[in-house]
Design a protein around this ligand. Structure first.
Ligand code: ATR
Length: 304
């Protein structure tokens, strides 16, 4: 039933001239990118189609060679390949190189250029969705793995941000990342253990809390990286990069506490919009992209 409803949306206008866009990942079946991009392609009447390919880690080099051979115009890259694709590209943007992750590849007439539009995604979600413009000068970030790394760079490079308190379950990872990003950005980055006692001491004074851990993500929907709501100041804005479920336990908890709180959906939408602009030169409607994602999420009962 779900598949039939989704298929009704498939563009029935694929021609000999149609260029291909794609996302590669493993797993990939539940990606929101195909409906999100195909909806704007349809809306703009472009001769493009966007598909998903499940690529195993050992097949990355052949997938990129295939992109060249088939002249695929653009690809998104998702878990677990964002780092692994880098050596196979011809050029990589400076920010993608620093973060060490590429989520967008543009085939510029045979030259494969890698970008990281996740950085733009979080910056825009905070600026436009959470209406934090400027950002607070002290920001708390939970998580020091792949997602945390990109978000840390995106935040620390904003001129108004002076200090980031970086909490992670494995403190050594936070320490390494803090040292590295302090050097790159010149900002003060404080590594801290992700524990109730350090949250209690160091969350006060943070105007924004961002969760970049996987805690609360499907299927562990009853978990929250912040163990109790008393740790949150109602004045604090909470942004959870988790978008499955759309409203995480942390978001619900923060709202109940009186905080303005947002799920990660718009991060996904804005990274997609930026990628689309890189490929086509057109910045698409984020409203249309968001509504395509919400429709698919609703069909799936908001879990995927
Ligand atoms: P990935 O590395 O692919 O981004 P991950 O291994 O699930 O995903 O880890 C994502 C982040 O969530 C990490 O910061 C991880 O903390 P560690 O560095 O200590 O592994 C954090 N994380 C995952 N499960 C957690 C849990 N139960 N409690 C606290 N943090 C957790």
């Amino acid at each position: 039933m779900e598949r039939r409803r989704l298929l009704e949306d498939l563009p029935q206008r694929i021609l000999g001239s149609t260029r291909v866009l794609a996302v590669i990942g493993d797993p990939i079946e539940h990606s929101f990118s195909p409906p999100m991009h195909n909806r704007v392609i349809q809306h703009l009447g472009l001769d493009l189609v966007y598909v998903a390919f499940r690529v195993k880690p050992e097949a990355i080099s052949s997938a990129i060679a295939g992109m060249r051979a088939l002249q695929i115009l653009g690809m998104n890259v998702t878990v677990p390949h964002k780092q692994a694709v880098i050596p196979y590209l011809d050029e990589v943007s400076e920010e993608a190189r620093i973060v060490g992750a590429v989520n967008t590849i543009h085939n510029r007439e045979g030259v494969l250029v890698g970008y990281n539009t996740d950085i733009y995604g979080i910056q825009s979600a905070l600026r436009y969705t959470a209406q934090l413009d400027p950002l607070p000068s002290v920001v708390a970030l939970l998580g020091a793995s792949g997602a945390g790394r990109g978000i840390l760079y995106a935040i620390a490079t904003q001129p108004e941000v002076q200090e980031i308190r970086l909490f992670n379950r494995t403190l050594a990872k936070a320490e390494d990342l803090a040292r590295e990003m302090e050097e790159v950005t010149g900002k003060r980055i404080l590594p801290l253990p992700l524990e109730a006692s350090s949250l209690k001491t160091y969350l006060p004074g943070c105007g924004l809390l961002i969760n970049a851990t996987s805690v609360g993500m499907y299927p562990k929907v009853d978990e929250s990286p912040v163990p109790n709501p008393q740790l949150l100041d109602p004045e604090m804005v909470v942004y959870d990069a988790v978008f499955n479920p759309l409203e995480s336990r942390l978001v619900k908890m923060a709202r109940a506490r009186g905080c303005a709180a947002y799920g990660g959906l718009d991060m996904l939408v804005y990274q997609g919009a930026k990628a689309f602009e890189i490929w086509t030169g057109v910045f698409p409607s984020v409203e249309i992209m968001r509504s395509a994602v919400l429709e698919v999420a609703t069909l799936r009962g908001n879990l995927f």
